[in-house]
Design a binder for this molecule. Sequence first.
Ligand SMILES: O=C(O)CCC(=O)C(=O)O
Ligand SMILES: [Fe+2]
Length: 705
Amino acid sequence: MEEAAVKSDGLYIPLIDFSQFLNGNPEQRKQTADAILRGFQTSGFIYLKGLPVTSEYRKHVFETSAKYFRLPIETKMSHCWTTPEANRGYSAPGREKNTDLTDVDAIKKLRDAVPDLKESLEIGREGEPGRPNHWPDEEGELVGFKETMLGFHEKCKNLHIEVMRAIAVGLGIEESWFDKYTDVGDNTLRLLHYPEVKRDVFKINPGQVRTGAHSDYGSITLLFQDSQGGLQVQSPTGVFVDAAPIEDTCVVNAGDLLARWSNDNIKSTIHRVVEPPSRPDDVYPARYSIAYFCNPNFKDYIEAIPNTYATEQDRKYEGGDDNTFGEKSEFALHLAALVSAALPKVSVRAITYPQYETRGDLHECVGRFRDWLLNRVIDLEVAAGTPSPTVEPSVRTILIGHSMGGIVAAETAIGIASEVPVPHTSKSKASHRDSLTVLVGESVGPTSLMFPYIQGVLAFDTPFLGISPGVVAHGAEGHYNSVNGALAQLNGLSTIFWNNYNQASGNTGGSSKKPTGALPAPETPQEKKKQSGSGWGWGQIAMVAGAAGALAAGGAAAYMNREHLTSGWTWVSSHLEFVGCLARGTELRERLAKMVKLDRQMGVGFANLYTRLGKAASAKEVSMVGTVVGNDRTFCNLPEKDKRTTGLWMEAINDKSKDEIGAHMAMFEPKDNPGYRKLSEDAKNLIVRWSKNEWYESSGRRAIQ
Ligand SMILES: O=C(O)CCC(=O)C(=O)O
Ligand SMILES: [Fe+2]
C-alpha cells in the first residue's frame, strides 16, 4: 500500500494511494491515514497518488499557467503583488527570495546576490473583503484563465479538507475535527514559472538556486510539479535530496503552523528548488509548478490539536495569537460593538495586529506596525472606493494598546503626526487645491493631512512612566519575584523599576538600592523545551479599526504574562530590547508630553485607563519604599496630577484581584474583573467623545463588503 517515493540519506518520503482514504473501507482508510500521519511525522513530506485530479485536468491547468507566463512582462506587471497581507498578484523575477533568514538587511543582501530565478502569480480566496485578486485581462490565449484557476483553487480546497481529515483519523481524533478550520478556504494558489536558464549561471554563482531553502509557513502545501525536477528536501543529516517528479502525484508537505499546532508531532521540513539533475545541454529548460498553500481560516483561534500532547505540561505552545483582549479578542469586538451603537453614522471595525510581530527593538516594531496599519487602511479605503484617501480619508483610526502596546500605539501616532505640519488656526483656502499642495501646504486643516488618520490613542494599563514599585517589590506574590529578579540582573534593565522607584520616593540616588532579586528557579527540562523556539511573544497588538468613515485601534498586550512569569531568563532576554524602552526615563516622559501636544494641537485623543486594586487587595510591604495601602496599588507608575503634561489617566478598579500583575492581566476578562463593564463604558465614551466631530457629522454609514 505504501512505497518509497524518496529514500536517501536518512530521508524517507512515502508514496501513498489517497484513493484508499477517499473511497476505501474503514480499514483501508485507517491504514492510509496512519501512513499519511507517519509521513508527516518522519520527514514532513509525502507523495499522494490516486487523487481526484485527472491527468487531463492537471495538464489543462499547467497549460493555462504556461499561457499566463507567456504574457509580456509589462502586462503581468499591471496586476502585480502589492502587500503581504493581501498576498495576491504577480511577482516578477527577483522580487521574492525564499529563505529562512529573518533579518531584513541580510535578506536583501542575499536577494541582491542570488535572486530566486522564478516568477509567480498568487491567487487568494476570491471574494475576501478588501483583498481582490489581481487578474490579467482575458484576451487571446488567456480567455477562461480565471475560471480555470478558481476551479483549481476549489478542487485544492477540497483536497486540503480531505488531507486534514486523514491527519485527524491518524491522530485518533474526530475525523471532522479540522473541518471547522478548513471550510473558509483561506488558501493561496501559486503558479510558478522557473524560466529557462543557462547552465553557466549556476556554475558562476555557487549559491544560485531557483527557490532558496525555506520551510512553508501554513498548515500544508499541495505541490504539483512538472516533469523537469529540481525540488530538493533536506534530510535529517542536512543533505538536500532530490524529490523527483512522479507522474500524476502531488507532493504534500507540512508547514510551520501545522508543526506548532501539532505540538511538533509533525515536521515542517526545509526544501528548495535547484537546477534539474544534470543534462548535457547548455540551457536548463523552464520548469513549471503549482503550489497550493493551505491555512486554517484566518479568523480561527489556534491551540494544540488534541492527542498531540499527553498532559497539560507537555503542551509546548500557547494557544492563539490574539488573546490579550480576551481569548478571541472579545474585548476589542465588544468595544467595537459599543462604539458602533453610539456612532451610527459610521461603520466600526476591530482589527487585531498579530502578536508575533511585537518583538525586538521598539522602533523596528513601530515601523512594522506602521506599515501594517497603512496597508490595512489602504485596503479599507480601496474597499470603500474612496477617491483620494490621502487627501480626504474616509477611515479614522483609534489605536488601542494594552500594556506595552500602548507605547507602540503612541509612538506610531507621534511618528505619523510628525510628518504633518502643525496647523495654523486660520485655514488657507488653497489647501485643498490638489494633493501635492495639501501635502506640503503650510496652513491646512489638521484632518486633511495625516495618513492614516489617527483619531485617538487609547492605552490600557500602559506603563508610560514605568512600572510601579509595588509590582517589583518582594512581597506576598512569591513566584513573580523570580522574573523581577531576573530583570534586575540584566544590565540596563535594572533601571526600569528603580528609576521609577527613585522618582516615586523622591530619591534620585544611585544604583546602590537595586533589588537583589532572586534568580529564577532552575528550569525544568520541560520548561526549557517550552521556551525554545516556541515563538510566543510577550505582547500583541490589537486594533479596533473602523472603515469608510470609521475607527480603528491598535494596541498590544500584556508584557508580563502570568504563565511566563516563572520562566525567567529566556523570557526576559527574548524581549529584552523591547522592554528595555522602559528603562529610558527621559524618553518615557517626552513621549507622554508629545501625546499631550498631539491632543491639544491636532485633536488626537489620548488616555490611559490604568488598573488599581480594590477591595480584595491588602496593604503591601514594599522594600525600601514603605507600605503601599491596598487600594493605592497600581501596575503603572502614576503621574503627578498634572494633566497638562501627562494627559488623561483614568483608573480602572479591580475589586477581585489581589495583586497588580493579576489585575493587569485580567483587565479584559469579565470573570476576573468585576470592573469590566465600567471599563468598556469608559473606553467607549472616550472614543465617542474623540470621534464626534465634523468628519463624523458629515459621514453616512456605507456598506463595506
Ligand atoms: O516549485 C516548487 O517545486 C516548490 C516551490 C516552493 O517550495 C514554494 O514556493 O514554497
Ligand atoms: Fe515551499
